[in-house]
Structures are given as structure tokens and as C-alpha cells.
Design a protein around this ligand. Structure first.
Ligand code: AMP
Length: 168
């Protein structure tokens, strides 16, 4: 199944010059949804303790992937959204910066962690999550993305194996 036919390009969203990869057609088609999840599962490491989903589009497959791998799910969220004690990491965006948070008890020392998001672009977001996981003592065993924008070289910011279902 060619999952790329279920990804819709939206030019100039959310701002001028960005070609947004819209995965809602993939989510809304039951066969594509199932095929996508199964492909992520097949290409994941055998032993994973926690799957991290990055707000918000990393939540769609992150939780299901965790369940299939026999792992727990951990949300990383934008500043101020998580209710318990957190640690946080700021990172640069194209304009200004943003802050991501994780609960401080979400990962135990030595746990094997898979970090999942919809798109790997410049890698700034995944790199910030990497710092959070390392601060808690987790070991990153894989980054998994639905889409990697190869021309932005996000992989250069990441130092564990990367699996990307679709490459552009
Ligand atoms: P980056 O930190 O540059 O790797 O950006 C990754 C984050 O921004 C992910 O959470 C994506 O959801 C979002 N993102 C960046 N570029 C795009 C794009 N072209 N289409 C859809 N989402 C994107």
C-alpha cells in the first residue's frame, strides 16, 4: 500500500513558504490507518519500555504503537499542559522559541525509549525531547516518524537510529 497517496500537501500553511504535510486523509481511511500502524510496529525495535508521543500529532499513532509493542505511552506536551511536576526544555523555531515538558516520573533510569512524531523537519523538536529523556536517564532506542523531510537534515541533530515511513 502506497501511504504517500494519503498525505496531502498544503502550501503556505501555517505560514508563507511552508509546505504542510497533512496526514488527516491517512487517519480517516481505515486501511491506510491500519497499514501505517502495522508498518511502524514491524520496523520498531523488539524491546521498548516507553513510547513518547510529541504533542499533538505524535499522539495519533504513539499510543497505539505503545500498546502494540507492549510498552507504556508518555506524552510530551507544550508548556503548561501537564498537571504534575515536570522538567522542561526550550528550543528554537523558525520564529522565536517554544518549550516542551514531560512529567518527571514518566521515565525510569535505564528504560528503553522510542520517540515518535508525525514529521521530522529541522529536528529541533526531537532534539529537545532527546534532552528531556536523557535528563530522566532514559535510553533512546529509536526515533520513528511518519514523514521525514530529508532536505532539512533533521537527522543530523539525532544520535539514535531513525525510522521514517515516508521520505521527501
Ligand atoms: P522540526 O522541529 O523542525 O523537526 O519540526 C517538527 C515538528 O513540526 C513536528 O512536530 C511536526 O508536526 C511539525 N512540522 C514541521 N514541518 C512540518 C510540515 N512541513 N508539515 C507538517 N508538520 C510539520
Amino acid at each position: 500500500m502506497d501511504l504517500s497517496t494519503f498525505v496531502r500537501d498544503i502550501p503556505n500553511f501555517p505560514k508563507e513558504g511552508i509546505l504542510f504535510k497533512d496526514i488527516t486523509p491517512l487517519l480517516s481511511n481505515s486501511e491506510a490507518l491500519s497499514n501505517c500502524l502495522q508498518t511502524l510496529v514491524t520496523n520498531s525495535p523488539e524491546k521498548v519500555d516507553k513510547v513518547i508521543g510529541i504533542e499533538a500529532r505524535g499522539f495519533f499513532f504513539g499510543t497505539a504503537l505503545a500498546e502494540k509493542l507492549g510498552a507504556g505511552f508518555v506524552p510530551v506536551r507544550k508548556k503548561g499542559k501537564l498537571p504534575y511536576k515536570t522538567i522542561s526544555e526550550s528550543y528554537n523555531l523558525e520564529y522565536g522559541d517554544d518549550t516542551l515538558e514531560i512529567h518527571k516520573d514518566a521515565i525510569q533510569k535505564g528504560e528503553k525509549v522510542l520517540i515518535h512524531d508525525d514529521v521530522l523537519a529541522t529536528g529541533g523538536t526531537a532534539a529537545a525531547v532527546t534532552k528531556l529523556v536523557k535528563q530522566l536517564g532514559g535510553e533512546i532506542v529509536q526515533y520513528s516518524f511518519l514523514i521525514e523531510l530529508n532536505f532539512l537534515n533533521g537527522k543530523d541533530k539525532l544520535d539514535a537510529p531513525i525510522y521514517s515511513l515516508l521520505n521527501y
